[in-house]
Design a protein around this ligand. Structure first.
Ligand SMILES: [Zn+2]
Length: 142
């Protein structure tokens, strides 16, 4: 049973791989300065062993592409009036824009400003992405 008693409206990101919660917040650009966040680390889960859980109050929209990159096994619950109104299971996105960055110094994204960083999924298991411009391979999350 998922207990969602601490927020009445917002988003609960559940089943995050233990230790990845901080990365999730970082990728989503969510700051504790502007959001009320409940961050549960290393919770025990019957299905998946240890997990992190993040509850963000009053947030109704979240970048699911970025989230899928960090941990595509996580689930996102949308809460209204203490009730889960929508539940989304994440997947690794086929194409991502401006989430991961190309590290090749000769790539057009490095030499010219304002070029979007576009990547295409190559390998789902290793989370490898290929740069649209220079074909360099980048792993989404170490
Ligand atoms: Zn590149």
């Amino acid at each position: 049973m998922v207990v969602i008693d601490s927020i009445s409206k917002g988003i609960v990101i559940d089943h995050i791989k233990a230790g990845y919660g901080m990365k999730v917040l970082e990728y989503l650009g969510i700051s504790a300065n502007y959001n009320t966040i409940a961050f549960i680390m290393n919770a025990s889960s019957q299905k998946h062993g240890r997990k992190d859980v993040i509850k963000i109050e009053n947030l109704t929209d979240v970048d699911l592409t970025a989230l899928g990159l960090v941990d595509h096994n996580a689930t996102v619950n949308f809460i209204e009036d203490h009730v889960v109104v929508k539940k989304i299971k994440l997947r690794l996105p086929d194409k991502v824009t401006n989430v991961i960055r190309c590290k090749n110094p000769r790539c057009v994204t490095s030499s010219e400003g304002g070029v979007p960083h576009i990547f295409h999924l190559v390998d789902e298991r290793s989370k490898e992405y290929r740069c649209e411009y220079c074909d360099d391979i980048v792993r989404a999350v170490e």
